[in-house]
Design a protein around this ligand. Structure first.
Ligand SMILES: [Zn+2]
Length: 76
């Protein structure tokens, strides 16, 4: 698999996913992603992206300034 942006080589890594919303910043740690060795672009598979979305939707209800959580692939 290669980078859609620059055709660089992708490597599987755990990354921090940061969501900057109006009233809160959510940091999800250790998210599995494919990261381009050349340009640093990050790609997430569909399942991971769906999990991230669920986590963000739950966490943004907390209404705290900054939330830092670990990625959990078993989220309901
Ligand atoms: Zn790239």
């Amino acid at each position: 698999m290669e980078c859609f942006m620059c055709k660089g080589e992708l490597e599987v890594k755990k990354v921090n996913y940061i969501v900057d919303l109006d009233n809160t910043v959510i940091v999800i740690k250790d998210v599995p992603a494919k990261v381009c060795k050349k340009c640093g672009e990050k790609f997430y598979d569909n399942e991971t992206a769906a999990n991230i979305e669920k986590m963000v939707n739950q966490l943004k209800e907390l209404a705290v300034e900054v939330t830092v959580v670990k990625y959990n692939e078993k989220i309901a």
